[in-house]
Ligand binder design. Structure first.
Ligand SMILES: *[C@@H]1O[C@H](CO)[C@@H](O)[C@H](O)[C@H]1NC(C)=O
Ligand SMILES: *[C@@H]1O[C@H](CO)[C@@H](O)[C@H](O)[C@H]1NC(C)=O
Ligand SMILES: *[C@@H]1O[C@H](CO)[C@@H](O)[C@H](O)[C@H]1NC(C)=O
Ligand SMILES: *[C@@H]1O[C@H](CO)[C@@H](O)[C@H](O)[C@H]1NC(C)=O
Ligand SMILES: *[C@@H]1O[C@H](CO)[C@@H](O)[C@H](O)[C@H]1NC(C)=O
Ligand SMILES: *[C@@H]1O[C@H](CO)[C@@H](O)[C@H](O)[C@H]1NC(C)=O
Ligand SMILES: *[C@@H]1O[C@H](CO)[C@@H](O)[C@H](O)[C@H]1NC(C)=O
Ligand SMILES: *[C@@H]1O[C@H](CO)[C@@H](O)[C@H](O)[C@H]1NC(C)=O
Ligand SMILES: *[C@@H]1O[C@H](CO)[C@@H](O)[C@H](O)[C@H]1NC(C)=O
Ligand SMILES: *[C@@H]1O[C@H](CO)[C@@H](O)[C@H](O)[C@H]1NC(C)=O
Ligand SMILES: *[C@@H]1O[C@H](CO)[C@@H](O)[C@H](O)[C@H]1NC(C)=O
Length: 635
């Protein structure tokens, strides 16, 4: 009675509450919808947008996306729709929750719509390739969250406003190919990663804060701009008159003395540099396996004890057409490629110019029979996405593995190596192909040996690009022959699944974890363990968790990736796959074959399903090389 009434009352009131929430949500999104309809009506365009008044704005409208509860429009992307004319006022400015606005590649003219200043949450503003004219907005400080600006290829004139300095989040600024005038303000932007001011009419000098950007960011302006490259590194100039001449005057002139001091210090520096170089070179040679051996400065025995050579020789696998023996390998010149979890890898160049990678294992914990058995399993895997083990060598003191050499270097080098002028950033399509290839490679490893083989060392430095530019994996199947999983060297620790820290035993699900970390690395461009500028040690998985929890998802991604248009959904999808791989409980992680399928589905047009026989085990030497669909990725 009393209680029942109370119950009913609360039921009704909560229903009313929910209803009112629904109404509020509906009104908000209806306002956004009306703003969009007004915009569409007032700005002529060539392509139809199918913005049907009766269909749900968050679901069916081209280029529109909403927040999670569907209450607000947060992203509007309408590239290449053929908009022409100026942006109508009081339309887009009503989308007050908007975070991403892209109207690139249209024919929009007129001046910058100042009322966009009302969009306080705007993070990305892409207006490149239009016909905007007139000045840039004077007050950028209204967009506190602005992260990416691309106004390139328009007709903006006037000067660059110094209020851009207030955009603390700004990471990319492209104003290239406009008609901007005047001096570049001192933009002290700590997060700025990409800058292009080329092809304008700017003059003066490049301010100090921007001198870290490549010269190409300032090309095509008034020539005076580029003088900083000379003035900022004062050259040491030697006196013009010969020093001897001044001797005639009885004493050295001040100028000559200065000259001598400078000359002596320059010589001293050169000498020091030379010594340093010699030391470094020598060190490198001594590190090398087996080093240049002709000169006898290092005996081969040091590297491979030949005492029991009689029945220890290089064992090649079927289908391998290398024609060298141990002696040849010993005579090869070698260079250290890297020290890894299981040993040191060398690039060896044989006399006939063949290049191979030789890996010297340390601390093998099994006998010869067991070792050979495991190598037999590993060597029999022939798959496009698995780097073949070509040969191995086992003696009491030495265990060697021979692989093909991949000239492009590992994924780790591509992601974290120094970006020189001729080293292009790793684009999203390549990263997709790396992910899909590596996933397929590991999935292939996992069906070997009755479905029990473990890769055991998945990390970006063991992933390479095959001839078709898909990822392929190396260094597999070693964890079971090593005496124990050594405590990980710092860099590798970030890949290790939490349970492996205790059990010291790699499993297929720990491979999935490591793969997930590698995916995060691909998405964020950050190393699994890295230090911030404040010397704080950051674990990538934890960091991504914290950022995603706070719903800054966009900030997770590698800035280099934000240059590619319309990939956000793919990025987010890939992020979700990575997060599924790195869950704490091993049995909750997906199987590698599922991961491979999920990744292929991120862009189904490119990685269309192939024959189901793909992951079949069996007579491996007859397994046809499995290709990845040739379909053009850019479709
Ligand atoms: C949304 O679009 C889909 C396909 O484009 C269509 O089948 C569906 O009827 C649309 N929904 C509404 C409510 O218009
Ligand atoms: C701006 O974004 C924040 C955080 O996402 C949100 O709380 C706020 O409501 C947004 N502002 C508007 C006007 O939507
Ligand atoms: C914009 O372009 C149209 C032609 O597409 C032209 O008639 C109009 O004058 C231009 N407006 C401005 C402000 O340049
Ligand atoms: C846009 O500007 C370019 C160069 O200023 C000009 O050639 C082109 O005709 C303009 N297009 C429109 C539609 O105004
Ligand atoms: C904008 O920045 C503020 C402060 O940095 C943050 O609290 C807010 O969530 C951001 N809004 C969006 C939409 O990112
Ligand atoms: C910018 O261009 C417009 C016409 O396109 C012109 O009227 C104006 O004077 C120019 N401003 C500057 C600072 O050059
Ligand atoms: C500027 O225009 C030139 C020539 O049209 C083009 O090659 C270049 O890529 C443009 N720069 C940017 C940053 O869009
Ligand atoms: C650049 O500035 C100079 C001098 O101020 C002017 O003569 C020239 O027309 C300008 N060029 C462009 C493309 O605006
Ligand atoms: C800037 O754009 C120009 C083309 O306009 C290009 O040549 C240059 O490489 C770009 N520089 C940077 C740092 O992006
Ligand atoms: C380049 O800048 C200098 C100094 O600001 C100016 O005197 C000169 O006219 C400019 N040249 C051009 C072609 O704009
Ligand atoms: C800006 O747009 C141009 C042209 O689409 C593109 O080449 C460039 O990468 C973009 N730059 C930034 C910083 O987003």
């Amino acid at each position: 009675m009393e209680r029942q009434r109370l119950y009913i009352f609360s039921l009704i009131s909560s229903a009313l509450f929910l209803l009112s929430q629904g109404i509020v949500r509906a009104t908000l999104v209806d306002n956004d919808k009306q703003a969009l309809l007004d915009f569409e009506k007032k700005l002529p365009h060539l392509r139809s947008l199918n913005w049907d008044e009766d269909s749900p704005v968050c679901k069916n409208w081209t280029g529109v996306s909403c927040n999670e509860d569907g209450s607000r429009v947060i992203s509007l992307r309408l590239p290449g729709v053929g908009f022409h004319g100026p942006i109508p006022t009081n339309t887009l400015s009503r989308l007050s929750a908007l975070q991403i606005l892209s109207l690139r590649s249209n024919f929009i003219n007129g001046t910058f719509p100042l009322d966009l200043g009302k969009l306080r949450n705007l993070s990305y503003l892409y207006l490149q390739f239009n016909n905007f004219t007139g000045p840039l907005p004077r007050d950028f400080s209204v967009w506190k969250n602005l992260t990416g600006i691309n106004f390139s290829n328009n007709g903006f004139n006037g000067s660059i406003p110094s209020s851009i300095s207030s955009l603390r989040q700004l990471s990319s600024l492209n104003l290239a190919n406009n008609s901007l005038l005047g001096e570049i303000p001192d933009l002290n932007l700590p997060n700025l990663q990409l800058l292009n001011l080329s092809n304008n009419n700017l003059s003066g000098a490049v301010p100090k804060s921007l001198q870290k950007f490549p010269k190409s960011a300032f090309l095509g302006n008034n020539a005076s701009l580029l003088e900083y490259s000379v003035t900022s590194s004062p050259a040491v100039s030697l006196p013009k008159e010969p020093i001897l001449k001044s001797k005639n005057t009885g004493k050295l002139s001040e100028r000559a003395l200065l000259g001598i001091i400078i000359a002596v210090s320059v010589l001293g520096l050169l000498g020091f540099a030379f010594l340093l170089l010699v030391c470094l070179l020598r060190r490198k040679i001594e590190d090398g396996f087996p080093g240049k051996l002709e000169k006898g400065n290092m005996s081969p025995e040091k590297v491979i004890s030949r005492s029991q050579d009689a029945n220890n020789k290089l064992v090649f696998f079927e289908g391998c057409n290398y024609a060298f023996d141990l002696e040849d390998l010993l005579r090869a010149s070698a260079e250290v490629l890297g020290k890894g979890t299981f040993g040191t890898a060398y690039k060896a160049i044989l006399e006939d110019a063949t290049m191979v990678v030789v890996k010297r294992l340390k601390e093998v914990g099994v006998g010869k029979r067991e070792f050979e058995q495991q190598m037999g399993v590993v060597g029999s895997i022939k798959h496009e996405n698995v780097i073949e083990l070509r040969a191995y060598y086992y003696s009491k003191d030495e265990k060697l593995m021979v692989y093909d050499y991949y000239s492009q270097g590992s994924l780790a080098a591509m992601l974290h190596g120094k970006r020189g002028e001729n080293r292009p950033p790793l684009d999203w399509e390549t990263r997709l192909r790396i992910a899909v290839g590596a996933a397929r490679g590991i999935a292939r490893v996992h069906i070997e040996n009755g479905g029990k083989l473990v890769h055991g060392n998945v990390k970006s430095s063991n992933i390479f690009l095959n001839s078709r530019q898909y990822g392929c994996v190396s260094d597999l199947g070693l964890s079971t022959v090593m005496s124990s999983l050594a405590p990980p060297i710092a860099r590798a620790a970030g890949y290790r699944a939490p349970e492996v820290m205790d059990t010291r035993k790699a499993t297929q699900s720990s491979d999935v974890y490591s793969f997930g970390v590698m995916l995060l690395e691909l998405l964020t461009g950050k190393s699994p363990i890295h230090t911030t500028s404040g010397d704080e040690i950051v674990h990538l998985v934890r960091w991504v968790h914290s950022v995603v929890r706070e719903e800054w998802t966009a900030e997770v991604f590698d800035l280099e990736l934000l240059r590619y248009p319309n990939i956000e959904e793919e990025l987010v999808e890939m992020l979700q796959i990575a997060m599924a791989c790195v869950v704490r409980m091993p049995d909750q992680r997906p199987k590698m074959s599922e991961v491979a399928k999920m990744i292929a589905n991120v862009r189904p047009t490119a990685f269309r399903n192939r024959s189901s026989g793909e992951l079949k085990t069996g007579n491996s030497s007859q397994t046809p090389p499995v290709g990845v669909s040739e379909t053009d990725l850019s479709s």
